[in-house]
Design a protein around this ligand. Structure first.
Ligand SMILES: Cc1ncc(COP(=O)(O)O)c(C=O)c1O
Length: 365
């Protein structure tokens, strides 16, 4: 009998809990997942009178009257091939934001279990934890935006369940030191999430290849950046199949729409175009960095492995407002610790980057 069924039946499990099961919130382990109509019959043929769909068709030109595959099997098959991981190690979310949210809710008991983040970093990790009432331990990056390994190791508390690494990091743009991450992973007994949303723009090695050795690792990637599919909302989580099983257990049954699944399948076939866009954006990043570095108002353009640049200005707030007045919208990070006077600027297309530089050239301090 599977271990969670034993718990449900009230019997004491004879099999010891796995390291991952020990980390899961007990009620998640015990609960019975919602079983959707399409879970129970997976065949394609038949008269489908099980899901209260509309049999007459759709009001749209394309037919979307049927619920989509809850486990996105065809799409996972293709992703499995390009990422070289098994289909059982893939979870697809409504953006990687959904995976972040589900992971925190699976592993972190409110008012008890903490997550550890290294600011400045992607805000969603802390936001999701705060929504779920989980304490957030913050260990700032060093002034050169690297992991303070010893401080992280010291800050890990008894109830720290998850550590979030973001590499390349948003908003700093640099990749985190692999050795530091591995050192922390070798000591930490909880779940490690490595967010590789910007990995396509970096030459740093992905952590996907160590999945088999580190069962408590979750690697996040997304179709929102290099693939240019932010509007579709499709994120990937790669992990041991036991963690993927938990994500599948708690996710909304049909979290990836039929349109998203079909469009993503098409987009993946167009992989060369993704590679072309990455090369183009990397070339644009280089030109943009040079253009910005030549401006008097710019103090520093930080090194970037992502599709954006963190730029330190003489007076970032003023520059930000000036750009807004000229309908050039960038992200003001100047209130974020270690990013004082910095704006995060996405690498645009050639025309957009030229407008940005020309506009900045016309700025009167
Ligand atoms: C580091 C990082 N992770 C995740 C995300 C969210 O990605 P998605 O669009 O897949 O939800 C972002 C979005 O900007 C990000 O910067």
């Amino acid at each position: 009998m599977p271990i969670n069924k034993l718990y449900l039946s009230g019997l004491r499990p004879l099999i010891p809990m796995t390291d991952i099961e020990k980390l899961v919130r007990p009620h998640i382990l015990k609960m019975k997942a919602y079983s959707s109509a399409r879970d129970e019959y997976t065949g394609k043929k038949g008269i489908f009178l099980d899901a209260n769909e509309n049999p007459l068709g759709s009001t749209s030109r394309k037919s979307y009257n049927r619920y989509p595959d809850p486990y996105q099997k065809s799409l996972k098959k293709v992703i499995s091939r390009i990422k070289k991981v098994s289909q059982e190690q893939i979870f697809l979310g409504n953006g990687s934001d959904e995976a972040i949210d589900l992971l925190v809710r699976i592993f972190c008991s409110p008012l008890q279990d903490s997550i550890l983040v290294m600011p400045p970093t992607f805000d969603m990790y802390a936001v999701v934890a705060e929504i779920n009432q989980n304490p957030v331990i913050k260990v700032p990056l060093t002034p050169d935006f690297q992991i303070d390994t010893q401080r992280v190791l010291k800050a890990i508390a008894r109830h720290t369940k998850m550590i979030f690494f973001c590499s390349p990091n948003n908003p700093t743009g640099n990749s985190m030191d692999r050795g530091s991450m591995l050192e922390i992973m070798s000591h930490f007994k909880g779940i490690v999430v490595i967010d590789e949303a910007y990995a396509d723009f970096s030459s740093a090695e992905s952590f996907l290849n160590i999945l088999p050795e580190y069962r408590r690792l979750v690697v996040l990637q997304t179709f929102s950046k290099a693939w240019g599919l932010a509007g579709l909302r499709l994120g990937m989580a790669f992990a041991d199949k036991s963690i993927i099983g938990l994500l599948n257990k708690v996710k909304p049954p049909y979290n990836i729409s039929m349109a998203t699944q079909a469009l993503a399948m098409k987009a993946i076939k167009n992989r060369e175009y993704k590679d072309y866009m990455v090369q183009k954006l990397l070339a644009e990043r280089k030109i943009l960095k040079l253009g910005l570095s030549n401006l008097d108002i710019v103090e520093k353009v930080f090194p970037s492995d992502a599709n954006f640049l963190l730029v330190k200005f003489r007076n970032a707030d003023k520059v930000y407002n000036y750009l807004l007045q000229h309908q050039v919208i960038v992200r003001n990070r100047s209130n974020v610790a270690l990013c004082e006077d910095a704006l995060r600027i996405t690498v645009g297309n050639e025309k957009e980057n030229n407008i940005l530089i020309t506009t900045l050239k016309n700025y009167k301090a």
